[in-house]
Design a protein around this ligand. Structure first.
Ligand code: SF4
Length: 347
């Protein structure tokens, strides 16, 4: 391969590229960007502040309608306690993510952010474009204005949740009430415009075509070309347990092949994250030979994937030994991918 990969080439590689050759090429592309053997991870906590959601995505096992016996909203104090625990456990980031709760107004969020920042200087990497659009509609504000208010209150960066596949025909089928692909991209553009860095995600296995995957990658590659605001590309696979959509988990083969193509196609992204959360530890480890340079988070708490019946526990020890097992050197990073601690040889 020479020059920049075209959409057509990416599509052909997804369809028939030899897995091992693709892995080598993706690893080479990763090595050009990060010549050392460091593989990073972050210690953080997902705090799902509510499971009440009006979106009703068919692939989601987490949400509950308002009034359901299992519906909950966390109080500010409960969240602040979780933040304190995270800091005590060496965590540097929190991800607040919730359902689209019609009763929570912008002040719930701005007051919470202010309190979090008064309590500690933990990085708040939180809310997804779907939550921003929902808040904008509720407060009759533009998404950029909502982002600016959240930023002023303490929001540091925005995760790319809810991107799924950025093709509206797929979204119509799996989450008709959720934001459009254009909305997702518009929120990201607005965040980048405010100097807020974000990540781009993709979920495969939702019944999308290979052309849909390429269209998704093309959309984020273009926006990255325009703004440079994405820090990383993160690929998950759909977890079918307990969902209305049902279906099968995508294969490890498919995951690794798509990850390698993503590393090659997204030549303007620095970091590509492999998902041990949806793929399990062993496939997570293998992603390091398929273009990933980061294994995401230890995740002191995770409820969404767990609701779909997939639960893997991760600890610093397990993470560092997975990385060492791949012949690489583990390092803890922060949200901006700054290395905080390199873990030396295990005796
Ligand atoms: S994926 Fe998010 S927006 Fe969709 S139903 Fe679940 S919580 Fe709601």
């Amino acid at each position: 391969m020479s020059g920049r990969l075209t959409g057509q080439e990416a599509r052909a590689l997804l369809a028939a590229g030899d897995l091992i050759t693709l892995g080598r090429a993706a690893d080479e592309a990763r090595r050009k960007r990060f010549p050392g053997d460091i593989v990073t991870f972050i210690i953080d906590r997902n705090i799902n502040y509510t499971n009440v959601c009006v979106s009703g995505c068919k692939f989601c096992a987490f949400y509950r309608p308002a009034g359901h016996p299992e519906a909950y909203v966390l109080s500010h104090e409960a969240i602040l306690e979780k933040v304190r625990e995270t800091v005590a456990a060496g965590g540097t980031q929190i991800m607040l993510q919730g359902g689209l709760h019609p009763g929570l107004m912008l002040e719930y969020y701005t007051e919470l952010l202010t309190k979090i920042k008064q309590q500690s200087d933990i990085i708040v990497h939180s809310f997804s474009p779907a939550e921003i659009i929902f808040l904008a509609r509720q407060s009759v504000l533009k998404p950029a204005a909502v982002l600016a208010r959240l930023q002023a209150a303490g929001l540091d960066s925005l995760p790319g949740g809810g991107a799924e596949i950025l093709v509206d025909s797929v979204r119509q089928r799996v989450s008709p009430e959720k934001i459009t692909a254009g909305d997702w991209l518009a929120v990201m553009r607005a965040a980048h415009g405010l100097g807020m860095k974000t990540t781009a995600t993709m979920v495969i296995g939702l019944g999308e075509s290979l052309a849909d995957r390429v269209a998704h990658m093309e959309a984020v590659r273009r926006l990255q070309e325009e703004t440079g605001g994405f820090r990383a590309f993160i690929m998950w696979s759909y977890q079918p347990g307990n969902t209305a959509l049902g279906g099968e988990k995508t294969s490890a083969w498919d995951y690794l092949r798509t990850l390698a193509v993503a590393r090659l196609y997204l030549d303007n992204f620095d970091h590509v994250q492999g998902s041990w959360v949806t793929q399990g530890e062993r496939i997570g480890q293998l992603t390091l030979a398929f273009g990933a340079d980061d294994l995401g988070s230890i995740m002191l708490e995770e409820n969404v994937v767990r609701a779909a019946g997939t639960a893997y526990e991760m600890s610093v020890d397990k993470m560092t030994s997975l990385i060492r097992g791949a012949g690489r050197t583990p390092a803890q990073r922060d949200t901006a991918y700054k290395i905080l601690k390199v873990y030396g040889e295990k005796r």
